[in-house]
Design a protein. Structure first.
Length: 80
């Protein structure tokens, strides 16, 4: 499913201001897509600015079948 996650200081802010739980005893937090609006509302209500980067799709950057090695890159879009 679609899941939004963050790491480091951003994760700490989501835990402190949006009430999310830390993930796997690491400095990581996140929420499912169905909860993203409530999470964003909690952060902006606390006076924080928010930017969301969303993964669009995995793109094969190889040159087709003749290429011995291909690299996969994730494409991201910024939403503010």
């Amino acid at each position: 499913g679609e899941f939004y996650e963050t790491y480091g200081v951003d994760a700490l802010m989501m835990i402190a201001y949006a009430g999310l739980n830390p993930m796997a005893n690491r400095c990581k937090a996140g929420c499912p897509m169905r909860n993203i609006q409530a999470t964003l509302d909690a952060l902006t209500h606390a006076g924080l600015s928010v930017a969301v980067y969303e993964e669009i799709a995995v793109v094969d950057t190889g040159k087709g079948r003749s290429s011995l090695k291909t690299t996969k890159a994730k494409e991201r879009e910024l939403y503010q």
